[in-house]
Design a protein around this ligand. Structure first.
Ligand SMILES: *[C@@H]1O[C@H](CO)[C@@H](O)[C@H](O)[C@H]1NC(C)=O
Ligand SMILES: *[C@@H]1O[C@H](CO)[C@@H](O)[C@H](O)[C@H]1NC(C)=O
Ligand SMILES: *[C@@H]1O[C@H](CO)[C@@H](O)[C@H](O)[C@H]1NC(C)=O
Ligand SMILES: *[C@@H]1O[C@H](CO)[C@@H](O)[C@H](O)[C@H]1NC(C)=O
Ligand SMILES: *[C@@H]1O[C@H](CO)[C@@H](O)[C@H](O)[C@H]1NC(C)=O
Ligand SMILES: *[C@@H]1O[C@H](CO)[C@@H](O)[C@H](O)[C@H]1NC(C)=O
Ligand SMILES: *[C@@H]1O[C@H](CO)[C@@H](O)[C@H](O)[C@H]1NC(C)=O
Length: 409
């Protein structure tokens, strides 16, 4: 009996151990830089801007670190955290350059793409860095539009994990007017205009037309907001269903597409699990599950599942992602197998005070294997999903521990 149970658990426990080992092996920029106290300010701001998570999620990269003195000069004009993020992301090259490779660049010069280029905030090629081998063994760096000046120099290598991550010191921050340009404060950001400009015009217009939902969004931008906007084609097709909802149903539906906290793509990938939305007003109401699917990130409810197709904007405290289909909350739509008519009674009054809503953080990271929706029996449940989920998860942990003990014995 016990032997059979062990066989059943073996694949489960092995995948758990494999996941633990993978996590242990990936690099951690915070830990690597902690060995070099003269880079503590740089390290602090990598965490503060959430760039650390972005760096940890990538391989084949080079971090050009600034020591505390260079950071003081950079911080002197008191840039906002969003501006600082742009500047620091220009210091992360999307290629591996150890000290040796820097001195062996073909033809003595190269252009390297940076994280600034990859976040969509850099216009044109302003997110590229020119690396040039200078006379006397010096290596110079400059933003691509450098007007012939290379005023930043390689100082020394700090940490090298071949092919994965290289951390080098450079003499001072790369001078970039574009990266250092002041970013608009959250209160100056016009959310719906940003969405419209990036392929989500129909959703943005719908949101603009709903004063109630619009206010909820605006009240939350300052404190951090992550929104998922359905692209124009799928949302246009969905409009008849939307128009069929009651007034409070419409507001809840629109509020369902935003999480009341800032989440970068790397944070979404490492925070799998149930997420509360702006429409949440009780345990597991109007929530959805974030889950990695290979390199992709999916959002799902008991009704359907959608895929994140792109980052439209990532400017802390606001992140806007596009999704390929309209995610449907279980509170308003039945599962595909049942009648498609929307449920008539939404759970809350249209004029309930939304700004007072609890901003609960997402559940702690879970392995993608243990999602509540993976159990078909769950499809019929309605409001006790998260309770069942929690007990399933602790059961899983107990089983893993049980296996660990037997494994050791
Ligand atoms: C990286 O290391 C820091 C400091 O040791 C730790 O606080 C943080 O949780 C680590 N991050 C990850 C993703 O393991
Ligand atoms: C190096 O220079 C030669 C001749 O100018 C050119 O043909 C080649 O494409 C260059 N290589 C790189 C990697 O830029
Ligand atoms: C880098 O900048 C230097 C100095 O302006 C220039 O001579 C070189 O061609 C640039 N390299 C590339 C790859 O654009
Ligand atoms: C480099 O990253 C890969 C994952 O992309 C990992 O499997 C490998 O162990 C890492 N190498 C080192 C030396 O950390
Ligand atoms: C945002 O922009 C849209 C369209 O450009 C406009 O209709 C709306 O009034 C603006 N909202 C605010 C708060 O300025
Ligand atoms: C709208 O609701 C009615 C009544 O519940 C239903 O018969 C109809 O199919 C719905 N239309 C759409 C597009 O969902
Ligand atoms: C949810 O769980 C509670 C406590 O376990 C139970 O009393 C209640 O009937 C359940 N509701 C549903 C809809 O299953």
């Amino acid at each position: 009996m016990q032997l059979r149970r062990r066989h059943l658990l073996l694949p489960l426990a092995l995948s758990f151990l494999a996941a633990a080992l993978t996590v242990a092996r990936a690099h951690n920029i915070t830990r690597l830089l902690a060995k070099h106290p003269e880079f503590s300010t740089f390290n602090h701001y990598l965490t503060e801007t959430h760039l650390a998570a972005e760096i940890n999620s990538r391989t084949t990269i080079t971090v050009m670190a600034l020591d505390n003195a260079a950071m003081s000069r950079l911080l002197a004009p008191h840039p906002t955290i969003a501006t600082l993020k742009n500047v620091l992301s220009l210091h992360v090259l999307l290629d591996y350059f150890g000290p040796k490779k820097l001195h062996q660049i073909t033809n003595g010069t190269a252009l390297a793409a940076t994280l600034f280029q990859a976040t969509g905030s850099a216009p044109g090629s302003t997110g590229f860095v020119n690396i040039t081998d200078l006379k006397g063994g010096k290596v110079g760096f400059a933003p691509e539009d450098n007007n012939g000046r290379l005023d930043t120099y390689f100082v020394k290598g700090l940490e090298q994990i071949p092919y994965n991550i290289s951390i080098i010191q450079i003499s001072n921050a790369l001078p970039s007017d574009v990266a250092a340009a002041p970013t608009p404060g959250p209160s100056e950001m016009n959310l719906t205009r940003l969405m419209s400009a990036h392929g989500c015009k129909v959703f943005a217009d719908t949101l603009d037309a709903n004063a109630d939902a619009m206010k909820t969004y605006e009240d939350n931008v300052e404190g951090g907001l992550t929104t998922f906007c359905p692209l124009d084609d799928p949302f246009k097709q969905f409009l008849p269903k939307y128009k069929n909802l009651s007034a409070p149903g419409k507001a809840s539906f629109l509020e369902f597409f935003a999480i009341p906290m800032y989440l970068s793509m790397a944070m979404l990938k490492s925070n799998n699990g149930p997420m509360n939305t702006l429409a949440t007003d009780g345990a597991s109401k109007y929530d959805f599950t974030v889950q990695n699917d290979g390199e992709e990130v999916t959002l799902k409810t008991r009704v359907n599942k959608v895929k994140i197709t792109g980052t439209l904007l990532d400017e802390q405290p606001l992140a806007i992602y596009s999704i390929d289909k309209v995610l449907m909350p279980k509170e308003l739509f039945k599962t595909a197998a049942l009648t498609p008519a929307p449920a008539p009674a939404p759970e809350k009054a249209a004029d309930s005070p939304k700004s007072s809503k609890a901003k609960s953080p997402p559940a702690t990271a879970d392995s993608p294997a243990d999602s509540p929706e993976s159990d078909p029996a769950d499809q019929t449940a309605d409001s006790n999903g998260s309770v069942r989920f929690k007990s399933a998860r602790s059961g899983f942990l107990v089983l893993s521990l049980w296996f660990g003990v037997h494994f050791l014995l």
